[in-house]
Ligand binder design. Structure first.
Ligand code: FUC
Length: 769
């Protein structure tokens, strides 16, 4: 559970190692003569209010009839070029902004050796601690770094096994010009304003040296001849996630308090509290694929020699990659965060990162959170849920003013400043389905937890607004009288048309979820009736085309040689659940997926792991995992689009979880897509819908035992191929559960908190059907 290297990092993107506590992130380089810690605070963004011309993406003047005109043209001609639609409905972006680096801390190390011995740089995923070590002149030098969520700080410690040998100068650099850097009392304070939008930012670093001398000099701090030294960093901005101003308190008091408190706490205590906090989340799941990393082989070489074959080394990299996905989510998204993980999590070294390191909501942000519930990291999804809820207010105005609709909406991509309108990049400016898609996770969280208070107070109001938008904005298709989305654009692909498959599948899902939620809560009878009536008229969005493919558009025009990275028309297979394996639609999805091929950007490969897992084809899912590790993974195991984009890390971890446990339609399916390469293994702590925790052990490609625990007393149905061959179900005390078997499924009434183990045994009495 450790990434390690035998050289310092020189490249931020491919080599440096990420630590983070949700709001704060840092990249550790581990240089010998100079340490570099690039750091981030997640709210430091240009754009939004204060940025010249910011308009939330809403049309700056009304365009009566513009959407109706596009609809008319599509009704008449069947399609419309993206450029033509953008010319009518788009608007140049202004004040969109981008996620910003906060800057770098440099430690210039005095007297560093030219040729250190025994160099090692590592990141322990279990502890969430990065370490650097080397020897020189008979002295072992060690550094440790971690980002503490309970402390709200990033902490570093430099030490050596000979007293008096720790010496360095700490300084800060950043591309933000309007700032001051001052040093006093061993504390470096960086304070300034982004010139673009006036956002106030502040960081403080306290240096605490044991032994030696410390000198504060202008904008830097020098430590000479210390036994060890601790650094404590915190940072903040005056961002608030409230429409329309998006500004709150000055960060000074918060940052000061965090650094003061951490500086007054012994290092070992800070570290202990951090490791305990991290492990409370990280240790909930364990995956063993029978891997063993060869001794002495660093992670970059482990990855470079990976083939996706049968070796124990390959299994070790796969389970490490899964653990890393969970590590990265814990590090970049926590319950006390204002913002969810963006395209780069919390890590960004630039003022102009790719795609602004924003929130792309035509798959990327959603993909970031696919693993959250399944891999038992519910808390990490809280900033996502909060963020989506915060889009409702700006999104209502956009829905009303641009679309003439109730509810709320957001377009293809967005920012921390409620950018819910449009821009004018023809292939990515229009995707009002995003709001509905974003609510999928909110409703699914309820299905995992069964928490009705959460459903009533948090999820339902957001879901309801997303459904209302579509009740007002559907269009009657003159071809057949069904209700369709128009203009409809299958993400970043082809022409605009009416009723593309993904549009219809998403709208069906949001309406169905809204009805189900309202029924559960016993509210909004009128809305339920309205949604039920719309569902009856809604085009179904699942068509099998001339070459057996699932159609991406309502008319049959998919090209067989099209390998576009988005596979949007398979939404109903994943992340939706309407397409069930073994049905004609699933067969058609398979044809489409095979035609799209095994290539693609990092996130596209990750999505394909999930698709093949849902089609119960473990070998093909594994092949996609191998493609991702071979072709779309960097030395620091970050996913690369290219460039670095974190969704692929999260999507792959989700895909691995989908290979092990699926839980749709009230069935907990254990080991649904186990690849032949994963002969022996075990997993524990995965979550299934219905408040269920699942452990499984398998040998020779078949489950030997499965243990499930349910949060509430009630019926449970477990499916796994081994069940068909005979099994018994007993609780912790050895009592039979009284299960009923039907082929490969078992159903019984599970008591809350009781562990039930299903064992396959020829000796045990077989449960009769
Ligand atoms: C979507 C994708 C691109 C990229 C961008 C951030 O628009 O089509 O490949 O991942 O998001």
């Amino acid at each position: 559970m450790t990434l390690w290297y035998d050289e310092p990092a020189t490249d931020w993107e491919t080599q440096a190692l990420p630590i983070g506590n949700g709001p704060l992130g840092a990249m550790v380089f581990g240089g010998v003569a100079g340490e570099r810690l690039q750091f981030n605070e997640k709210t430091l963004w240009t754009g939004g209010p204060g940025s010249p011309g910011y308009d939330f993406g809403n049309w700056t003047s009304p365009r009566p009839g513009a959407i109706a005109e596009v609809r008319r043209q599509i009704d008449r001609d069947g399609s419309m070029a993206p450029e033509a639609v953008a010319a009518v409905l788009g608007q140049a972006r202004s004040g969109y902004g981008a996620y910003q680096t906060f800057g770098d801390l440099f430690l210039d190390l005095t007297g560093a050796p030219a040729t250190p011995e025994g160099y090692r740089r590592e990141l322990s995923l279990r502890e969430a601690v990065a370490r650097v070590g080397y020897s020189a002149g008979g002295v072992r030098h060690s550094r440790e770094y971690f980002a503490s969520n309970p402390g709200g700080v990033i902490v570093g410690r430099l030490s050596a096994d000979r007293p008096g040998t720790v010496s360095f100068t700490l300084r800060h650099t950043s591309p933000h010009e309007d700032k001051t850097v001052t040093a006093a009392g061993g504390r470096l304070t960086v304070r300034g304003r982004l010139s673009d939008n006036g956002m106030v930012f502040e960081a403080q670093v306290q240096v605490i040296a044991q032994g030696g001398t410390r000198t504060d000099a202008g904008d830097r701090i020098t430590v000479t001849g210390a036994d060890s030294a601790v650094l404590v960093l915190s940072a903040g901005t005056d961002y608030a996630d409230t429409y329309p101003a998006y500004r709150g308190e000055d960060p000074h008091a918060r940052v000061t308090a965090a650094v003061d408190a951490a500086a007054a706490t012994p290092y070992d205590e800070l570290r202990r509290a951090h490791v305990a906090d991290h492990r409370e989340l990280f240790d909930r799941v364990a995956l063993d694929l029978g891997g063993a990393a060869p001794a002495g082989v660093p992670t970059d070489r482990l990855r470079a020699s990976y083939t996706g074959g049968a070796s124990a080394a390959d299994r070790a990299l796969e389970s490490l990659f899964f653990a890393y996905g969970r590590y990265l989510l814990i590090a970049s998204s926590r319950e006390n965060d204002l913002l969810p993980a963006n395209l780069q999590g919390v890590w960004n070294t630039s003022t102009a990162p790719p795609w602004s390191a924003d929130y792309h909501v035509n798959i990327n942000l959603q993909m970031n959170y696919w693993l959250a519930e399944q891999t038992n990291l519910h808390e990490t999804a809280k900033p996502y849920i909060r963020y989506v809820a915060a889009l409702v207010e700006p999104g209502r105005r956009t829905a009303r003013d641009m679309y003439g609709a109730r509810g709320w909406v957001v377009g293809d991509e967005t920012t921390p400043f409620g950018f819910t309108g449009v821009h004018d990049w023809p292939t990515a400016f229009w995707f009002p389905e995003a709001a509905a898609w974003l609510t999928q996770h909110l409703y699914d969280t309820y299905r995992f937890t069964g928490d009705e208070t959460y459903l009533r107070e948090t999820a339902y109001p957001v879901l309801k607004g997303a459904a209302e938008f579509w009740l007002d904005f559907l269009h009657t298709d003159p071809r057949d009288g069904t209700l369709v989305v128009s203009p409809s654009y299958s993400p970043e692909h082809g022409d605009f048309s009416a009723g593309a498959a993904m549009s219809q599948q998403i709208v069906r899902e949001v309406l169905a979820n809204a009805v189900a939620a309202a029924r559960t809560l016993g509210v909004d009878a009128d809305l339920q009736a309205e949604a039920v009536a719309a569902l009856a008229r809604l085009d179904h969005g699942l068509r099998v085309g001339s070459w057996g493919q699932l159609q991406e558009w309502k008319s049959d025009r998919d090209a067989r040689d099209d390998t576009h990275r988005h596979v949007s028309h398979l939404y109903a297979l994943h992340p939706g659940d309407r397409i069930r394996p073994g049905t004609p639609e699933a067969e058609a999805a398979k044809v489409s997926l095979a035609a799209r091929g095994d290539g693609g950007t990092g996130w596209s490969k990750a999505w394909k792991i999930n698709f093949w897992a849902r089609l119960l084809d473990g070998d093909h899912a594994h092949r996609m995992l191998a493609e991702q590790l071979k072709g779309s993974t960097l030395d620091n195991l970050w996913d690369t689009h290219p460039p670095f984009q974190i969704d692929g890390n999260f999507g792959a971890a989700s895909g691995i979880a989908e290979m092990l446990v699926q839980s749709h339609h009230d069935v907990v399916h254990v080991l649904p897509a186990l690849p032949s390469a994963w002969k022996d293994g075990s997993v524990s702590g995965l979550r299934a819908r219905g408040g269920v925790t699942v452990d499984a052990v398998w040998r020779n490609g078949a489950a030997g035992s499965v243990t499930v625990r349910k949060g509430r007393t009630g019926p449970i149905t477990v499916r796994s191929s081994f069940i068909a061959g005979g099994c018994r179900v007993h609780d912790e005390r050895g009592h039979e559960a009284g299960a009923r078997r039907d082929g490969d499924t078992l159903t019984w009434t599970a008591r809350a908190g009781t562990a039930y183990t299903i064992t396959s045994s020829r000796n045990a009495p077989t449960i009769s059907s």
